[in-house]
Ligand binder design. Structure first.
Ligand SMILES: Nc1ncnc2c1ncn2[C@@H]1O[C@H](COP(=O)(O)OP(=O)(O)OP(=O)(O)O)[C@@H](O)[C@H]1O
Ligand SMILES: [Mg+2]
Length: 248
């Protein structure tokens, strides 16, 4: 993959923000060892919109969890914004996770006992943002995602699409450069999924780096680059010259 994946693609700034070098992830299950990732390498530039595609079990979530520092590789190196992740201290890692990366998950992962506003405030609490500032920023973000009417509602009082919009607002709370979205539309009907996808495209147009995991061929076409995994290996890494814009 090496030099090809280093090429400048699309309308991004050219600065490499994520780099994976020969990353392996193996799980020992009693006698057997499962190799979820078998030496994957690629580089992502600031502002790129990349989709990771592949069948169930091909290693997409494992790959994204390594990028997001939610898990550590068995072998190989992850470099985030020029920092070798393996050499960072726990507190430096927490800083990167909290400040540089926003996470969006298939199951939303909102805190059930907190309101929309409090869920969006939470990452800012961890970063020590003063209370007035974080409440104001959380409200503004929720309003941007048309959730201004649901500030005090808890996740159980929201539809799936509304919960995912709260989760996107939360992912953006600390103004991260990188958004990792693992099947963000997996629990949504197709119409609501399109709304969420259009928000991701909007964030891309604002200069965010987006890594989207999906096994939906149509949604993956919204990205400007497609990386295909088969059985823990990258079999294709291609530029998409005509990213799709979805309409309702
Ligand atoms: N914690 C774990 N322990 C053991 N095996 C695991 C673990 N996590 C993942 N695997 C295995 O690693 C492989 C890749 O899993 P992964 O979750 O990355 O796939 P995926 O491409 O995200 O699939 P899906 O589309 O179903 O979400 C699978 O064979 C899975 O069973
Ligand atoms: Mg997965």
């Amino acid at each position: 993959m090496g030099s090809k994946s280093q090429e400048k693609k699309g309308g991004h700034s050219g600065r490499v923000v994520i780099e994976l070098k020969d990353v392996w992830k193996s799980y020992v299950m009693g006698e057997a060892t499962v190799h979820a990732l078998k030496g994957i390498s690629f580089a992502v530039h600031q502002g790129e919109f990349v989709s990771i595609v592949g069948k169930s079990g091909s290693g997409k979530t494992t790959a994204v969890n390594q990028i997001g520092c939610l898990d550590t590789p068995s072998q190989g190196e992850i470099i985030l914004d020029g920092h070798k992740v393996s050499t960072l201290t726990e507190s430096e890692l927490a800083q990167i996770r909290g400040k540089k990366i926003g996470y969006i998950f298939q199951k939303f992962n909102l805190v059930k006992t907190l309101s929309s506003l409090e869920n969006v405030e939470l990452p800012m609490v961890f970063q020590g943002v003063p209370v007035d500032e974080r409440k104001e920023r959380a409200q503004k973000l929720l309003e941007e995602f048309d959730m201004g009417e649901k500030l005090i509602n808890k996740p159980s009082e929201l539809s799936g699409g509304q919960q995912q919009r709260v989760a996107i607002a939360r992912a953006l709370a600390n103004e991260p450069d990188i958004i990792l979205a693992d099947e963000p539309t997996g629990n949504l009907d197709s119409k609501t999924g399109i709304v969420v996808m259009n928000y991701l495209s909007m964030l891309h147009s604002q200069g965010k780096t987006i890594i989207l995991v999906t096994h939906d061929d149509k949604l993956s076409q919204c990205a400007e680059r497609l990386i295909t995994l088969v059985d823990g290996k990258i079999i294709k890494d291609e530029h998409n010259p005509h990213p799709l814009t979805l309409s309702k």
